[in-house]
Design a protein around this ligand. Sequence first.
Ligand code: ZN
Ligand code: FE
Length: 266
Amino acid sequence: MNNLATKPYQITRIPAFSDNYLWLVDNGQKALTVDPGDAAPIIAQLEEKNLTLEYILTTHHHPDHTGGVDELIERYQPIVVGPDSQYIPQVTRVVKDGEEIELLGLSLQVIAVPGHTLDHIAYFIDAPNPFGYPVLFSGDTLFAGGCGRVFEGTFQQMRGSLDKLKQLPDDTRIHCAHEYTQANINFALAVEPDNLSLQKRAEDVAVLRKAGIPTVPSELAIEKETNPFLRYDQAPIIQIAQQRENKKNLNEDDVFSSIRQWKDNF
Ligand code: ZN
Ligand code: FE
């Protein structure tokens, strides 16, 4: 007879709109969802797996991350966890940087990551945990191969936020909110054409995308090797930023800002 000692925890990636990923985490009975931009695909999953929705977690206020919140509240009355933000009035459990919260028997750390928006937070589940690896829900801050646009914060804030994420364990799996990887990698190749890990990654991503297979979650180790927005301290990136700005002595924020603005117009 099988000994089912550990609960069957699962993370499910739910595609929505043209390129969003909504996330569902469950322990076989109860569930939480991260960034439900749309309610319908979440409800479908909950019904299919016979789960009750206990919590909604939001990373930031954009509609593609919060659009389904009201409908899910009406249907399931979950606790809504999120940042202290005037733009997300549905939040009933405000969380702050450094806070640790226990949900579904999991311990989640809150990391403030301003830049894309000022209210942006990420959720981190360190190992050991039932998944067997550390898990990050990064919203629109760290993407596979890239990072979010800087809409509300400064480049300095965004670089600081990415630097915090860079300190997480190398085997952390990055559950971001969009499938932007191929475009991100194309840009990364323009920034750092001689990076061998990046060339290899570009090939892998092309194969996956051609077959319609998601490239998310990604792993922090490969992001550190190939994502230009985590590599503002690396010689080839500093060099190309210096060329573009026609300046020497750029600091890390200047390098990051140069590369991020290049991507905005790429
Ligand atoms: Zn966003
Ligand atoms: Fe988004």
